[in-house]
Each structure stands twice: as C-alpha cells, then as structure tokens.
Write a protein of this length. Structure first.
Length: 216
C-alpha cells in the first residue's frame, strides 16, 4: 500500500538531532500513511478538515520539524556571526588608537546583538521541542498549537500558533504557514475565536474584517 554574552552552543542532544533536519529534506513518515484499521476512503487523498486524529498529528509533527529545521539553520548563522564579531572586537588591530576610534566598540556591540539573537533562537528551539501536536475538534477555540486559516478580502492565510519564533515562515504541503505567538497583536486577537467567527482585527492602526475559516 503506497503512502498517501553567555556561552552559546549548537543543538547536540539526541532529541535535538532527531527533531532537526536540513531545510528542504523530507522523511518518509512526513505524510500520514494509509491505516487499514481506519474507516478511510478508497483513496488516500487527505483534506485537513477530514483528517483523522492520527494523520493530523503526523501533519503537525512534520510542520514542527520544518520549523525546528529553519530555527536551527538560523541559530548556526547567529552562532558563527557572534563568534566572528567577538574575534573582530578583540583583535589587536581593532584596539582603540584614540578616543575617536570606535571600531572595537562597534564590533563588541555587534557581537552582543548576535549573541542575544542566538540565545533567543535557542529558547525557541527548546519550546518547539516540548510542543506536543494536538487535535482541535469542531468548535474548539484558538490557542497554542492550533493551525488557523483566516480569510481577509477573499485572501486566505494559514497561521500556526507557536510558543516562540513569531514571524518564522515555512512551506508545508504546498502552503505557506506563518508562525505567530499568542502574545503577538494578531495572535492575541485570535485567542479564543472559533471556526466561522467573524471579527474586526486591529493591525497597524487599521481595522479590517476577518473570518476564521478553519481551526485544527
């Protein structure tokens, strides 16, 4: 049957290694298999609104893996940039020759900023590793872990309510999905809403009508 300034570190634990893959790669279990014990239709064509709990959990697990892969790639960039900036800040040639020479100071500020970004990304990775995929049944309110489709002026957008890393965007099953947090302006206004709800969202000072199409 065919399948339908603190010390920085890179993820090194077995859990992290299993969770993270290079961007663009897929594993054979990223898509839900056909399960003979389930009352599935003859074909294995999946539709989010009709997905079983098992296939939905697999889909969300694959989505979380993609988010982790992207965050890990970003962490490696921040890690290298922080070390490069630190090396530049402490290099002999960048010692201040007079009070107007700020090369070393600027490099030090840059290293500090890169280190802070790396630490925030590490925190986001840890939060997503602890996130358990869950099913949102009919009428369930939007909260952490929900996959939400919103329509605004005939355009539909998919959001994943994540614990951290708001603004991270991934492509999953051919759809662009944007991560938002419950603390973000959009995430805060979506909290508690249900499929079919219509609301006026205040974003950037403008109020626009939105409709919640789906919550999974």
């Amino acid at each position: 049957m065919s399948p339908c300034p603190r010390e920085l570190r890179l993820p090194a634990t077995a859990t992290e290694a299993n969770q993270v893959r290079p961007r663009g790669t897929r594993r054979s279990d990223d898509s839900a298999p056909c399960v003979s014990s389930l009352p599935a239709p003859k074909s294995c064509t999946r539709h989010p609104a009709r997905a079983s709990f098992w296939s939905l959990a697999i889909n969300k697990r694959a989505l979380i893996k993609k988010i982790l892969a992207q965050l890990t790639a970003e962490l490696e960039v921040y890690f290298r940039a922080a070390h490069a900036a630190h090396a530049e800040a402490t290099h002999e040639q960048n010692k201040a020759e007079n009070k107007y020479d700020t090369r070393g100071l600027e490099a030090s500020y840059l290293a500090r900023g890169q280190s802070r970004q790396a630490m925030e990304t590490q925190t986001a990775i840890a939060a997503f590793e602890k996130l358990t995929p869950r099913k949102f049944g009919a009428g369930a309110p939007i909260e952490l872990g929900a996959l939400v489709e919103v329509e605004q002026r005939s355009e539909r957008t998919l959001y994943f309510i994540g614990p951290k890393a708001g603004g991270t965007e991934v492509v999953h099953d051919g759809r662009e999905i944007l991560v938002i947090t419950p603390q973000s302006p959009l995430g805060e206004q979506l909290q508690g809403k249900k499929s079919g709800d219509r609301l006026q969202l205040d974003l950037g000072g403008a109020r626009d009508p939105y409709r919640v199409i789906m919550v999974e």
